[in-house]
Design a binder for this molecule. Structure first.
Ligand code: SAH
Length: 356
């Protein structure tokens, strides 16, 4: 680590901010020593706010049907080989019931942009979930919708929304998505969600095709200024039936580095050690926690559909029952000195909205 790199890390720790050019420099000049130094500070900061707790969210993948055609994603519209499924309201509630018994108090409903899930259908599911489990938080991750739709879902009881911005660079965004999708609409969605009052998660893939230290610097500046409650980052992993099938996957090393940097920018942020990170390295999620992450999202989807929600190749945790997943993660977290907590796991400072 050279003197300039050390100076950037010291300043980031003190001020939680760098210029875009400095973020790019921090990334370009990184080495093992810089990564270790960042991870050490990141762990110290996460402990200040979260002690040794790791929040857990039960992920229910409700549909693999998608009208979008994102170039990186295995369930893109044009992938004729993808097996499509959609869960019914009853199946979703049954997954949540099972999760509740296992101690989960946050459920994340994620899926492709499946036109079947109109506001009416989705609101009924959210309301049904809240009615059965009023002590749980409901997080949605169902892509881009209208402001009116986000409002209706919020009123139906949704607490949080995960919508990765994917990249904060307009030109880069256009290389990852087809022409009919737009960076401006993605940003419009994030701003609408914030205005409505959701706890929001943004985020991006690490090592996506055409990503550079400069585009990553924009991602970091976006995270710094947008101040999401959560930030989901994980390595890009190619899927064999997408236009990016021959591209290289993102690395463990850069993902861990960025997890630490994000922890320094937003010390209170909820930062998941993602399934994708666990896919590129058998100890990826443990290493993520040791780099500053504080959330894990085990899969609660019915085992029969898990392999069909294949966003990238070799996705882990597709064969186990939910109880096994929970036990496995608990043991993994303990192995690095942390404990899974049974709690909604709200962002610090967030007051639970009382909705009628
Ligand atoms: N339709 C929803 C949910 C998308 S899936 C939405 O638009 O938000 C959740 C995330 O998986 C995506 O935001 C993307 O960042 C990530 N993802 C998709 N394909 C991937 C791949 N090949 N490798 C790694 N992550 C991927």
């Amino acid at each position: 680590m050279n003197k300039k790199e050390k100076e950037l890390i010291d300043r980031l720790e003190r001020e939680q901010s760098l210029t875009e050019e400095e973020y790019a420099e921090l990334i370009r000049n990184r080495d093992e020593e810089a990564a270790a130094s960042l991870a050490k500070i990141a762990v110290k900061k996460r402990k200040e706010f979260f002690s040794d707790a790791v929040y857990t969210r039960g992920l229910i993948e409700i549909s693999s049907i998608c009208k979008n055609n994102c170039l990186y994603c295995g369930i893109r519209r044009d992938n004729r080989n993808a097996e499509r499924y959609r869960l019914t309201k009853e199946e979703i509630l049954a997954c949540a019931d099972e999760g509740y018994e296992l101690g989960f108090r946050t459920f994340v409903l994620q899926g492709g942009e499946d036109p079947y899930f109109t506001d009416e259908v989705l609101c009924e599911i959210v309301a049904g979930l809240k009615e059965k489990h009023p002590d749980c938080a409901v997080t949605l991750s169902m892509g881009e919708r209208s402001s009116h739709s986000y409002r209706a879902l919020y009123d139906a009881g949704a607490d949080r929304y995960l919508l990765r911005h994917e990249t904060a660079d307009v030109g880069h965004y256009a290389k990852l998505h087809p022409g009919e999708m737009s960076f401006d609409n993605r940003m419009r969605c994030l701003h609408d969600l914030k205005e409505i009052g959701y706890q929001i998660g943004c985020g991006f893939m690490v090592g996506s095709p055409f990503q550079t230290p400069e585009t990553l610097a924009k991602d970091l500046k976006f995270v710094e200024t947008f101040r999401p409650a959560m930030c989901g980052i994980g390595p890009f992993i190619p899927h064999h039936d997408t236009p990016f099938k021959d591209e290289k996957a993102g690395t463990l090393e850069l993902t861990l580095f960025l997890l630490s940097v994000i922890r320094l920018i937003l010390p209170e942020v909820l930062l998941p050690a993602t399934t994708a990170l666990g896919t590129i390295d058998p100890k990826g999620r443990e290493k993520g926690i040791l780099a500053g992450a504080n959330v894990v999202m085990p899969n609660l989807s019915p085992v029969g559909v898990r392999k069909k929600y294949e966003l990238y190749d070799n996705k882990i945790c597709t064969g186990e029952e939910s109880a096994q997943c929970r036990g496995c993660l608990e043991a993994r977290m303990q192995s690095v000195g942390y404990r899974l907590v049974v709690d909604r796991g709200d962002a610090p400072g967030y007051t639970i909205h009382q909705k009628i």
